[in-house]
Design a protein around this ligand. Sequence first.
Ligand code: G6P
Length: 509
Amino acid sequence: MPNDKKRRFIVLSNRLPIAVGRGPDGELTASQGAGGLVTALAPVLGNRGGAWIGWPGTSEKGVTALCRNFSRQAGYFLRPVSLTEAEVEGFYRGFSNEILWPLFHEFQMPCNFLPAYWEAYRTANATFAKAAAAAATDDDLVWVHDYHLMLVARLLKAKGRSPRLGFFLHIPFPPADIFLKIPWRRELVDALLDFDLIGFQTLRDRRNFFDVVKRLHPSAMRKGRGEIVTLTLAGETTRLGVFPISIDFAAFADRARDPGVRQTAKDIRQAFDNRFLLFGADRLDYTKGVPQRLDALQTALTSYPELRGKVCLIQVLVPSREEVPQYRAMKEDIERMVGEINGRWSRPGWAPVHFVYRNLPHDELIAYYAASDMALVTPLRDGMNLVAKEYAACNVAETGILCLSEFAGAAMELHRHAVMVNPFDVVGVAEAIRDGAAMAPGQRRRRMRAIRAIIRRHDIFQWVDAFLDAAFSTHLGDFPRQSAGAWADPEADPEAGQGPPWDTPDRVA
Ligand code: G6P
């Protein structure tokens, strides 16, 4: 067995961390994805040696060669998994996006429990497990990401393979009464328990998972408190950890200090006549609560005449899952609402909503973050929500206000200093907008400084370290009850009984 620091490292995620596009002559091109995960994992993969296994998002010829070339540049191997169109339909669009995505976010209506979707999910997970078996030895660590790939540990073990196995769920884990509706609930949970370590974003997600395990297996026992606990069932032990994901704080803050970006931020403020700028940036998704946010703005303008002509909402919507009819319909609804609000309130030189439907270049997004007075991060349910953290990191002047949904995972760390709202309560969000526009500079600064301090301490690199430490360590005793990892705000440790109402203490079995 190699020294743990020397174990090679294999990452699996549904998507490879590259953006595949076309060059000027129609040739396939690849560029590194912009996400925080790849920023944090690429150096670890480069140092330890390893591979990232995932679906390139296309089945076009030439992708394998493209990945091979890109591997040289990236310093680690990219191993594309190819899926047939039928597999993409059943596994990705079907089981992942029509069952797991809505249900895990506590939306039950759009679920479509087709047995064919489950078959496709199993087949696709087997394809990923096969690729992992080919890339990993039993001395390696295999780290699987997200809800698309929950069966991989079980399938690897069925092949007689036993590398160290870690899993991180980026989205929420739902309450038992919702999860237990899935016809294949037992298969999913038992397969998850084959991982050595399962990481969740928040205490609540882990508690929900434990409740589900208890309902399915009343003899399951939990031991320990704090970031890492163990769950024992039929003599087998799985570690359950809480690791709130983060961002590369320093990189965002550095870009926000760049003279070019600062100038763009200044230009934005000027273009909006230095009004009170509200900012929203979301992937187009029904979990993000954009229609409710627009309703809240409408309510604010109706109820508080002093805001008319004074506030502007800049709403960036990043296109996503466009082939799904529900997502297309949602875009049309949002456009209609924007049209109605602007139609009702605009006057010469002022329109309340400035709507952007495209992927903004990185620096432009940062300039918007830096230029805005208040970010409206109001998802109806979200695993973490990194926009909240990016907004704060870019707020180097420390004067921005973060208005945050109670139902974003980020609430666990930031609820003490953000303006907390229930996104379903449009009157409450309207009041938050009114109060934000009137907030004294001193209070703005105190709050934003505290938020930034939390994220600076708990950045994406600390997140990777915390997960890897937990995955490699052989003794639960290696973890102090209150280690540096999960509770960014030590006072907010819900297990100390001071937590927010939406993150009450774990019950000990
Ligand atoms: C969420 C999920 C990711 C997913 C991303 C984009 O953040 O946690 O796993 O990749 O959405 O969705 P897409 O379906 O385009 O991969």
